[in-house]
Design a protein around this ligand. Sequence first.
Ligand code: CP3
Length: 340
Amino acid sequence: MVFIDACFRKKTPYTPIWMMRQAGRYLPEYMQVRNKAGDFLTLCKNPQMAAEVTLQPVEILDVDAAILFSDILVIPLEMGMELRFEKGEGPVFNRPVQNWKDLDSLYEFPEERLGYVYETIKIVREKLPKDKALIGFSGAPWTLATYMVEGRGSKTYATIKKLIYTQPDFMHALMIKITEAIKAYLIKQIEAGVNAVQIFDSWASALEKEKFFEFSWEYLVDIAEFIKERYPGIPVILFPKGIAGYLDDIYGTFDVFGVDWGTPIDLAKAKLGSRYVLQGNMEPTRLYSKEATKEGVEKIIATMGAKPGHIFNLGHGMLPDLPVENAKYLVELVHDLSRR
Ligand code: CP3
């Protein structure tokens, strides 16, 4: 698989590409299946339908990897937290976790209740062409904790950050509980058939440097090293979003560092490129214009394309109203310009 070879810095005939949020609302084929399911969470819990939408971007766009269709919030959901997706607002937990009593009430082994995810993986891996990789994923402990404590997406992270500075012991206890669940969950995804795993730390940028390493990165590396010890052949990709200023201090055993659009790719290359394969990082909004897409691809390939060690991706997720045609154009362009 070209994607897996690239994760291990092997020579590949071209730079592989996939896109964060490549399955989703910009695809009419996705909307059809989602409407049939009724709502997003029902779709996540239906292995046949979830497998179908996982496969769509591979068939439609010819990306080099599929990413499991699910959500990072299924872990708190299966820890017993009631979850709904509000139109226009995103995910909402009715009863957030904000004290020791709330923490104690969480079910410890959500991975045991996530059978529908492993079932989806088995179906996808059977139907996916042999040369295409299937990526499993989880949210990072910190990013999951932000939703669990705030109860919803937040602009300020005021509640969880207050807990970091006033009740660090409580926060570490919460992080440990989430971390252990993620380890078990990712191992089960690997056993079900995923070829790589990515951990999304979408809200890493909410923390000052010292607290980022204490409350986020340390737990991410713990998970990555747990997986690498057990499954060295499975690439581990870490994506901490918005921490360009902290790159000098990045450490740990993992394979691929996901570069977000706010981190210049040449900076990431200089600071991390010799230790980690880099994935990224075109600004997703460029996809609204073919010219802007071409300019973005040319610059990234010029910086990263000459040697092994790069996987093309966007610097964050696809937007819901992107023209599908431009996404197809992006994949063709990356394959063409990087072919050697
Ligand atoms: O990337 C993929 O194609 C695989 C599936 C995937 C989804 N969410 C599907 C989804 C993945 C990998 C995720 C990860 C995820 N979910 C993250 C981390 C990545 C990132 O974007 O930073 C986060 C923070 C979430 C939490 C989440 N889920 C939010 C904030 C929302 C609402 C956002 C919105 O656009 O309304 C979701 C819902 C969600 N997850 C959708 C999809 C396709 C939209 C659901 C729909 O309306 O059909």
